[in-house]
Structures are given as structure tokens and as C-alpha cells.
Write a protein that binds this ligand. Structure first.
Ligand code: PLP
Length: 417
């Protein structure tokens, strides 16, 4: 029996052949726009496959053509990302928004209905309400408290049930850590699938907060997984990138659109991500261990109203059941409501010394921000209140520093409030 390695054991080597690169132990950067064909016949064969004019032969590899279509750095990175999510294929993009908007454009067309979990990332929310609306895509938001029956009723009441095309889920939701049930969404999609007409409703999950280490949405019934790889996957606040994963059929569509939008990641950024993947698991685990301590500390603090952290969900609740079903960790994103409002939140943020006051998340350094006036400022005032994005809410992305130093920083900042 061949031994089956864990993904973290393969992040240094998988998909790379040193003998093709002078024996270099690390993947070089293939900083090239185009690739030389050995013969004209070979070039023709590569193009036939790349353009989908014929199926790839059994032992045939899609040869290298041009770096908008494929490049060794991108291909090795995509092969490695597939291991965590157990996906057939992956496509890496120049940003998380690029990955998300490409999925929305590929799986929705004018007149279609999109249902999506709310709140969702500010950029995604804007894309749904601006560009998708402009091209005639209808959308309905659902909330964590909505049951399957509630969501089915929303779809039926819209009068567009026959045009439902995509269910978009971001879980845990940024910045509140609200949880949504991926399997429930897959069950809803199933009800509208129709084998005889070939109709399929797709379920797409933004897995940026918990993936790929602690959550595998494809195993829970999702069809498409998306990442802002800028966050944990990149993990060092030094690059912008995105990724989409799914089965071969889904990825054929995503990769074809990427070829013609031209929004693939650059070889250099892909190379940086290959380096990042080697430490992904140990970084995320160190961040989680720190976050558990930070959340415990905040929960006991008299100036803190409420801590929004997966590890703080009360046992015996529906949310707790879902947390345990969907995730293998409480994660490293901790939001909390400070007693008071914007004034108190700003005092706290301005006083931080070790943690940086910046948006983004998932990096080695701890970051703090104020969602209501920063990442989620574009959301309508009444929706902010409904979603719990209050003036008192502070979002922390916990890094790999020593937990005692992070807690010292929070303590001295809360002191001045
Ligand atoms: C940051 C983020 C995005 C957007 O990704 P970019 O890489 O900034 O384009 C999408 N979804 C979530 C949950 C995010 O945190």
C-alpha cells in the first residue's frame, strides 16, 4: 500500500520536478510570458486542448503555451492548493475579488436569481448590488437565523424560482463571525436541480476565514470554494491574490473565463504563495492558539460588552452544533463590542502599540480595525444595525506574536478607554 501523506507534508515538494530545473530544490520563478514549442504540431496540439476543441488524451499534459493560460508557478501552486480542499482542480487569481467576481460572472446571467448570505465582504456586497444589478441579476440576502423553510419561501415569493442559479455563502461571516449552514444550502440547491433539462444550481463558498486548514466546504456539499489568498494563504501582508477550487467541470468553466478576462496571478506572486504554503498549517495553528487566549481575556474584561468568536459560542445552541459540524477549530478572528460606541472603539484602536491599525487579516502580525467605519462603511445604516456591525464593534486578526504581548497590548489600550 503506498503511504498517503498529509497535505502539510507535501507543501514543499508536490507537483515540482527538480530534474526539469537544473536540480534546484526550490521551484524557480518562471518569469516568462511565452513558451517555446518543439514543433509546430506540438503547438497545434496544445492549442486544441487549451481551447477545448478536443479532450485531453489519457497521458497528455496540457503543454505550456503562454503565461495568461498556464505557467509552472501557477500550476504547482494550484496542485498544492487542491490537496487541502480535496478538489479536482484550482485556478489562482490576481485578487480575492477577482476570484469571486469571476465566479459570479461565470455562474450567473441576466435575469437569474442569486441568493447570498448576509453580511458578506464589503467588496462582494458592492459587486452584487452594483455590477450584478446593472446586468439584470436579481439577488436576495438570507441571515443566519433563517431556516430552510424561510429560505425556500423567499425563493418562491420572489417569482424567480425557475431562475435560481447560484447560492453564495460566506461563513463565518466577516466581521461578525455569524455561521451559515453549507449542507443546508446544498439541499436547497438540490431541490431546484433538474436532470432532464440539465439545470444545476451551484453552491459557492467564500472560505477565506477558516480554510483551507479548518474547513472543507466541498466535502459538505458545496460546488465551488473561493479564497482571498491575500489573507491566511499568503499570510504575510505582502501580496494580493485569490483562488477558486471545484470539480473538473466547474473548473473548466472558471479557467476558460480566466483565460479571457486575463485575471490570473503573476508568476512572482504565485512563487511567494508557494513559500507561504509551506508554513500555512503551523501559522494558522499558532494564530488560533493565541486567539483562544485573547478571546478568553476579552470575555472577562469589564469594558467589553460581547466577544464574537467561534470558541465563545455556548454549548447546546444551534450555532454550536453548526460550529462543530463545519469547523475543526475556532479560528483566529476575534471581534468584540466595546462598552460604548465609536468614541470608545477609536480610543482603543489609537492606543494599540504592538497590533497595527489596518484592514486585512490572516497575516503573521496582529491587526485591528473598526468595521462600521472602515471595511463595511458602504453597507446601509439600517443593515449595519441589523447585521450587528455596530459602532462599538472592533475586529481583531490575531497573529503569531507571543500571546502575553498581545494581551498586554489589549490591556493597556482598554485602560485608556
Ligand atoms: C479580503 C476578503 C475578500 C477580498 O479579497 P482581496 O484579496 O482583497 O481581493 C473576500 N472575502 C473575504 C472574506 C475577505 O476577507
Amino acid at each position: 500500500m503506498p503511504h498517503k501523506y498529509h497535505p502539510e507534508s507535501l507543501m514543499m515538494t508536490h507537483g515540482y520536478k527538480p530534474e526539469l530545473s537544473e536540480g534546484a530544490v526550490k521551484t524557480p520563478i518562471f518569469q516568462t510570458s511565452t513558451f517555446v514549442f518543439q514543433t509546430a504540431e506540438e503547438g497545434k496540439a496544445f492549442f486544441e486542448v487549451a481551447y477545448g476543441l478536443r479532450e485531453k488524451g489519457q497521458d497528455e499534459n496540457l503543454g505550456l503555451i503562454y503565461s495568461r493560460i498556464n505557467n509552472p508557478n501557477l500550476e504547482i501552486l494550484e496542485d498544492r492548493l487542491c490537496l487541502w480542499d480535496q478538489a479536482d482542480d484550482c485556478a489562482v487569481f490576481e485578487s480575492g475579488m477577482s476570484a469571486i467576481s469571476s465566479v459570479l460572472l461565470e455562474f450567473l446571467k441576466p435575469g437569474d436569481l442569486l441568493i447570498y448570505s448576509a453580511p458578506t465582504y464589503g467588496g462582494t456586497d458592492h459587486f452584487i448590488h452594483d455590477l450584478l444589478k446593472k446586468i439584470g441579476v436579481h439577488s436576495i440576502a438570507f441571515r443566519p437565523e433563517h431556516t430552510k423553510a424561510d429560505i425556500l419561501k423567499m425563493i418562491e415569493d420572489s417569482g424567480l424560482a425557475d431562475r435560481l442559479a447560484l447560492i453564495y455563502v460566506e461563513t463565518p461571516a466577516n466581521p461578525t463571525n455569524d455561521l451559515f449552514d453549507i449542507t443546508l444550502c446544498a439541499e436547497i440547491a438540490q431541490q431546484y436541480n433538474d436532470q432532464s433539462s440539465g439545470r444545476k444550481v451551484f453552491v459557492a463558498v467564500d472560505n477565506t476565514y477558516m480554510g483551507p486548514i479548518w474547513s472543507q466546504p466541498l466535502q459538505l456539499g458545496a460546488d465551488i470554494v473561493m479564497y482571498s489568498a491575500t489573507k491566511y494563504i499568503g499570510g504575510h501582508s505582502d501580496l494580493i491574490a485569490g483562488a477558486v477550487l471545484g470539480d473538473a467541470e466547474v473548473m473548466q468553466r472558471v479557467k476558460t473565463l480566466r483565460t479571457f478576462l486575463g485575471n490570473m496571478v503573476s508568476p512572482h506572486t504565485a512563487w511567494l504563495m508557494l513559500r507561504s504554503l509551506e508554513t500555512l498549517k503551523i501559522r494558522m495553528e499558532a494564530q488560533m492558539n493565541n486567539a483562544i487566549k485573547v478571546a478568553d481575556y476579552l470575555q472577562e474584561h469589564p469594558k467589553v460588552e460581547k466577544v464574537h468568536y467561534l470558541g465563545c459560542i455556548s454549548e447546546g445552541t444551534k450555532a454550536y452544533e453548526l460550529y462543530k459540524k463545519q469547523y475543526s477549530s475556532p479560528g483566529a478572528m476575534v471581534s468584540f463590542d466595546i462598552k460604548g460606541g465609536e468614541k470608545e472603539a477609536f480610543k482603543f484602536l489609537n492606543q494599540l502599540k504592538l497590533m497595527k491599525l489596518a484592514v486585512s487579516l490572516g497575516s503573521t502580525e496582529s491587526l485591528a480595525q473598526h468595521p462600521a467605519s472602515m471595511t463595511h462603511i458602504g453597507i446601509a445604516e439600517e443593515e449595519k444595525i441589523e447585521f450587528g456591525i455596530l459602532p462599538s464593534l472592533v475586529r481583531l486578526s490575531i497573529g503569531v506574536e507571543n500571546a502575553e504581548d498581545i494581551i498586554w497590548d489589549i490591556e493597556q489600550a482598554l485602560e485608556v478607554v
